[in-house]
Design a protein around this ligand. Structure first.
Ligand code: FDP
Length: 344
């Protein structure tokens, strides 16, 4: 008897589409093309040590960070693949200062794709997991009013219709949600398909791991120091102290904590006066992961309230991020927002 091969991502998306009577197939098409782009990036990441693609280009991106060649490659692959799909009215990338219009020769659609093409890029040349993060929105303005508006893009994360990430690690995994559970698919390289490997992921309510770049503690305020101290303090009832794990690749740190439970933090700090709200970007990093974590039973906060409710001011806005197991993030939020005294 032949063993049944697992459910492919395409089959999964089509099943979800069939369950939604209003679905036209546009979204399925969009997601399918994004998956193809990720497969191309995955292939390139996997051979990164074999070809002369490693190393910095010498340029700096809009965020004033070193741009690695693979970042640029991934950015280009996604833009070129997605611009002719016909379902998008624009895109926004971490690597591009302005919104990316769909060239006039291609048809346009109702969706907006925001993405970080290669997150954790400082880890590219040391074989540490990196990833692609994406969030998808629907435009709210009327076609009759002409082209999309900035307000179509600057929607709070709660309006995302889908979000997820691809992690290029010991294997390539896609995790995504359309609001109907969080599911993980592992790329089976010899078949070239993503197969369902993590059905309906639920993050533990409380974890045992805290992830933060503690090297920057000198730049933290007392509330932030209190949060981290809390997770390091001995307490039998809550199994503290927690273990520290910090890869320095958001996708990798997030993915581990999603599966095992725990909290990832990138707090506000005084390291760079130009980035007082921390390093991570609301639209292309925090919002997509916040949607994933919330649909898996977790929580994401900027220290004051839910990330998904933040009204964005600009495409490249940065926020402090506390994300992971619900109870752990709620404790961090209580310290940062002042609801819990620093010595509490
Ligand atoms: P990178 O700069 O390598 O692209 O958002 C960028 C990011 O990585 C995240 O993936 C990661 O969590 C964070 O920055 C690491 O920053 P620090 O080196 O400041 O800890």
């Amino acid at each position: 008897m032949t063993k049944r091969v697992g459910i492919t991502i395409t089959e999964h998306i089509l099943t979800e589409q069939r369950e939604n009577p209003e679905a036209t197939g546009a979204f399925t098409h969009l997601l399918h093309e994004l998956i193809v782009a990720a497969k191309v990036i995955s292939r390139e990441v996997n051979k990164a040590g074999l070809v002369d693609i490693l190393g910095a280009t010498g340029d700096v991106n809009i965020q004033e960070e070193q741009v690695q060649k693979l970042d640029m490659f991934s950015n280009r692959v996604i833009i070129e693949r997605m611009q002719h799909v016909g379902q998008l009215c624009c895109m926004g990338s971490e690597e591009v200062a302005d919104l990316i219009d769909i060239p006039s020769q291609y048809p346009k659609g109702n969706y907006i794709l925001l993405f970080d093409p290669l997150d954790g890029s400082s880890n590219i040349d040391v074989n540490v997991s990196i990833g692609t993060i994406f969030g998808i929105y629907k435009r709210t303005s009327d076609w009759a009013d002409g082209d999309y508006l900035l307000s179509d893009v600057l929607q709070p994360g709660i309006k995302q219709v889908a979000a997820g990430y691809f992690i290029y690690g010991s294997s390539t995994i896609m995790v995504y949600t359309t609001g109907n559970g969080v599911h993980g698919f592992t790329l089976y390289p010899s078949v070239g398909e993503f197969l369902l490997s993590h059905k309906n992921i639920r993050i533990p309510e409380r974890g045992k791991i805290y992830s933060v770049n503690e090297g920057y503690s000198e730049y933290w305020d007392d509330k932030t120091k209190a949060v981290v101290n809390y997770f390091k303090t001995r307490d039998k009832e809550t199994s503290r102290p927690y273990s520290a794990r910090y890869v320095g690749s958001l996708v990798a740190d997030f993915h581990r904590n999603l599966l095992k439970g725990g909290i990832f933090m990138y707090p506000a700090d005084s390291k760079d006066p130009k980035k007082p709200t921390g390093k991570l970007r609301l639209m292309v990093e925090a919002n997509p992961l916040a949607m994933v974590v919330e649909h898996a039973g977790g929580y994401a906060s900027d220290g004051q309230g839910p990330v998904l409710e933040i009204e964005p001011q600009e495409l490249h806005q940065r926020i402090p991020l506390y994300i992971g197991s619900k109870k752990d993030v709620e404790i961090a939020e209580a310290f940062i927002s002042g609801k819990r005294p620093v010595d509490g």
